[in-house]
Design a protein around this ligand. Structure first.
Ligand code: HEC
Ligand code: HEC
Length: 418
């Protein structure tokens, strides 16, 4: 978590919480006690096979679960997915995310996702994990039942839902297909070694964030039909399937948390660049030492505007940005191989989580590029450049810091199965 994605994640939370502070949730907070659903027998669950576990692993890497829960996208890293181990990894949520000391302020804590029976997910069934990812319901305080509605009181959806605290991006994860969420649950329960690490419970408002998670901000589930207000039909209709596939990837990978509009393609400014105050954020040594240098990250306009957005780039340049972290405006338009990798690479700053999303398949990344170029309305909004590190960020991106691509073979020292 040090150095790169940790700070990026912290700032992503600031963006979300700037939004949430504006909704005016109550100032008092309570810590959520472990409720009746907490103790649960592990065992009689669906059959899991190696293929499902490997699929779950792939999804966990490309969605960057380890960016908050430990170890980033490196399954061989110490503490991978085992939860935070220091107060420096907590998220201040509320007005204090923008201004230290301001109220309201809640500390939230990414939990231990390994299958340890007392401190991790061993206590919960795969269905409870599924319900956490699809509906944002806290597994420790939600009954282990099949849920068929998102309306409180209907279809087993709790009348008083206890939601997971921000910045847990369940509003994005819920857009994954059922089979993907089940595969993640199978990997967490059966593909990881249990690690004992008790993470203190998160703080939250009395309504457990119910008034914070609005459809207006985070979009609806399922997503509105294509094209929504910020979108357009591709001029070349033969691209439509790929545009829809790319839209799906953009929603489920939380691109809008930083690039604007969260998961709401009806929102004004969807993917048109940082708009909420916290979406422009510092990275670098200043996060640990306020007198040290800071680099401001400005998530860019991804709409296909010919001057202000991705209209300037080819789909291959967008692909190279997501797979290799290469800045499209500073990188020649060519296929990247070990031989053609630039000698003096111009990397995107670590606020862009390319070292997580690079684990997507080629087809998924290409679909995203097609969606950005052909499925979005161009928005003429010029974003100021991010600050560049004098060395183009190259020294930041070590294997130790961001893991390897491709990922190390399964199982690593943190994993089980064979
Ligand atoms: C931006 C940070 C962030 C990312 C990325 C993230 N989480 Fe979380 N997650 C959290 C926080 C914070 C909590 C604690 C919420 C609370 O206590 O209410 C949490 C809680 C959870 C829980 C509930 C655990 C429990 O014991 O109650 C599960 C399950 C979970 N996350 C799974 C995932 C998975 C799977 C991914 C990747 C697909 C992921 N998370 C990515 C921040 C994150
Ligand atoms: C945690 C915040 C964050 C998330 C999530 C995120 N990005 Fe970014 N992205 C950034 C930042 C910051 C930059 C600018 C970095 C710089 O200029 O050095 C950026 C830059 C980019 C660029 C380069 C654009 C240009 O004009 O140079 C592309 C393309 C991009 N992001 C696509 C995506 C896609 C697609 C997703 C979702 C799969 C995504 N980003 C998710 C923060 C984020």
């Amino acid at each position: 978590m040090r150095g790169s994605s940790g700070p990026a994640r912290t700032r992503r939370s600031a963006a979300i919480l700037a939004v949430i502070a504006a909704t005016g949730v109550a100032v008092a907070f309570t810590s959520g006690p472990d409720g009746p659903g907490a103790a649960r027998e592990v065992g009689a669950e669906q059959q899991v096979n190696r293929e499902t576990i490997l699929k779950g692993r792939q999804l966990v890497l490309e969605h960057g679960c380890g960016g908050c829960h430990g170890g980033d996208a490196n399954p061989a890293a110490p503490g991978f997915l085992a939860g935070i181990t220091s107060p420096a990894q907590e998220f201040p949520i509320g007005a204090c995310a923008e201004q230290p000391g301001a109220e309201p302020c809640w500390m939230t804590r990414p939990r231990n996702l390994t299958p340890d029976n007392t401190t991790g997910l061993g206590r919960f069934s795969e269905r409870q994990i599924f319900n956490a990812l699809r509906f944002g319901l806290r597994p420790g305080e939600t009954a282990d039942v099949e849920i068929t509605s998102s309306t409180p009181g209907e279809g087993n959806f709790p009348l008083s839902p206890k939601y997971l605290a921000p910045p847990m991006p369940w509003n994005s994860w819920r857009h994954m297909p059922d089979a993907d969420l089940w595969a993640i649950a199978a990997y967490l329960k059966h593909g990881l070694k249990p690690v004992s690490n008790q993470v203190e419970d998160s703080e939250g408002p009395p309504d457990f964030w119910a008034s914070a998670y609005t459809e207006e901000t985070f979009g609806s589930y399922p997503a509105p039909p294509f094209p929504a207000a910020a979108e357009q039909e591709p001029v070349d209709r033969s691209l439509r399937d790929r545009v829809l596939a790319g839209r799906q990837q953009v929603l489920e990978h939380a691109c809008g948390d930083c690039h604007g509009g969260f998961q709401n393609p009806n929102a004004e400014g969807f993917l048109a660049g940082a708009s909420a105050p916290g979406q422009i954020f510092p990275v670098g040594p200043c996060l640990e030492d306020p007198s040290a240098p800071c680099f401001m990250m400005r998530p860019r306009n991804l709409t296909p505007h010919p001057e202000a957005g991705t209209g300037r780039y080819t789909e291959r340049q967008i692909f190279n940005a997501i797979r290799h972290g290469l800045r499209p405006s500073g990188t020649p338009d060519r296929d990247i191989t070990p031989e053609t990798f630039p000698a003096d690479p111009d990397f995107l700053g670590p606020g862009m989580i390319w070292f997580e999303v690079r684990h997507m398949s080629d087809a998924d990344i290409r679909a995203i590029a097609t969606y950005l170029k052909h499925g979005l309305k161009p928005v003429n909004r010029v974003m100021e450049e991010s600050d560049r590190h004098p060395d183009g960020w190259g020294t930041f991106y070590t294997d130790e810091e961001v893991g390897t691509f491709p990922a190390p073979p399964f199982p690593t020292v943190n994993e089980v199965g064979g």
